[in-house]
Design a protein around this ligand. Structure first.
Ligand SMILES: Cc1cc2nc3c(=O)[nH]c(=O)nc-3n(C[C@H](O)[C@H](O)[C@H](O)COP(=O)(O)O)c2cc1C
Length: 367
């Protein structure tokens, strides 16, 4: 019996297997609204056979977007565009669909990755950025304006509004983005948070804003639907945020009704030293899971069926999220199921390619 292909229940949501399509920005929205690219991208991933598809970081305000192409859920046009993509996917697939919501903080107003990833230069329509403290991300990046109490309230209200919109649209699961050097992780990390008010200093103070935000969103999100957080497992910098902090943060989130965490890391400081390699963040997930008992999703260079199966079988995580492996092969779960003796249901149009009916089976290069 494959663990990877066993069901996972989060509140009223029953996922048929433990493969998550990891959220992936597409940088292809216009004024925050998803378009035809998203129909193709999410339409294809809706047929992947994964148990859960989490849509890209979707921003709660225009200034909270990473790039001009990032998706948002801050106005009715954004909501209508997302509704169109959802209806398209739902017409052809019953995959559970989640949405990640976020705010880029001091990494907002950046170039799309294929245009360089740097901060937007004059002439490229940059916008003023906000953050926990007026500390730039890196040399050559602008210093954000520190959010005062009124602005913090406004940011929290924007997250709640996006949550309400996502609930109205019928999104199955919502995920708060609290990693990768975006707004919430810069509150958490002592490297980026230099505040002297109740939101800075001790770890308890640095967690205060993200936790209050989570609590407000949880209240606005239907009780039967799950809500999770992509957490920041480590800065990978001496003196920065580390796994002990991630454990404390997760325990506090769990007490507020968080159903799962996905453990990622990095992105707060350009001085980070990450030893990347297969499953490089799984150890962080394992520690957080062991110490908090929360449903935990591991992510980061998980590319093989046997690798994914072993992470779950050894109790290092409860779910795995895959990003690049699913862009490379959007039917990765079909091949993984065949390799592990399990089944995913292909759409009827593709039934002749099901492993059980096709003598050729599992093409070269499958997981
Ligand atoms: C194109 C692309 C876009 C991404 N966008 C997001 C995002 O919107 N939110 C997020 O939390 N992570 C994002 N990530 C990170 C992935 O979700 C994942 O954590 C990372 O790529 C490591 O997993 P992998 O080795 O399976 O690719 C993105 C990654 C890629 C490749």
């Amino acid at each position: 019996m494959s663990k990877l292909f066993s069901p996972l229940r989060l509140r009223a949501l029953e996922l048929p297997n433990r493969i998550q399509v990891s959220p992936m920005c597409q940088y292809s929205a216009i004024d925050g609204s998803m378009g035809d690219w998203h129909l193709m991208h999410y339409g294809s991933l809706a047929l992947s056979g994964a148990g859960l598809l989490v849509m890209e970081a979707t921003h709660v305000s225009p200034e909270g977007r990473i790039t001009h192409g990032c998706s948002g859920l801050y106005d009715e046009a954004n909501a209508a565009a997302l509704a169109r993509v959802l209806a398209f996917c739902r017409a052809h697939s019953n995959i559970a669909i989640g949405l990640q919501v976020g705010h880029a903080g001091r990494k907002a107003s950046s170039e799309r990755p294929w245009q360089g990833r740097g901060t937007l230069q004059p002439g490229a329509d940059p916008w003023p950025i906000v953050g926990a403290s007026p500390v730039p991300f890196a040399d050559g990046w602008p210093a954000p304006t520190a959010l005062d109490h009124d602005s913090l309230r406004a940011v929290r209200a924007a997250f709640v509004r996006a949550t309400e919109r996502a609930a109205m649209l019928g999104i199955d699961l919502i995920e708060l983005h609290s990693a990768h050097g975006y707004l919430l992780s810069t509150f958490l990390s002592p490297l980026s948070n230099r505040r002297t008010d109740e939101y800075g200093g001790s770890r308890e103070n640095r967690m205060r804003f993200p936790l209050a935000l989570f609590a407000a969103m949880r209240e606005a999100w239907p009780a039967e639907r799950p809500m999770g957080v992509r957490i920041h497992g480590s800065d990978w910098v001496d003196g920065g945020w580390g796994v002990e902090d991630a454990i404390a943060y997760t325990a506090a989130l769990k007490a507020l009704g968080c159903d799962y965490v996905t453990v990622s890391s990095g992105g707060v400081s350009p001085d980070q030293r990450i030893a990347t390699g297969p499953g490089y963040q799984v150890g962080l997930a394992e520690t957080v899971r062991r110490e908090t008992g929360i449903v935990t999703c591991a992510v980061g260079m998980i590319t093989g069926a046997a690798q994914a199966e072993s992470i779950l079988a050894q109790g290092q995580a409860d779910q795995v999220a895959l990003a690049r492996a699913l862009l490379f092969n959007p039917h990765w779960p079909w091949a993984a199921a065949a390799a592990l003796g399990a089944k995913v249901a292909p759409p009827p149009q593709y039934e002749r390619a099901a492993a059980s009916t096709w003598a050729g089976m599992i093409p070269t290069g499958s997981p």
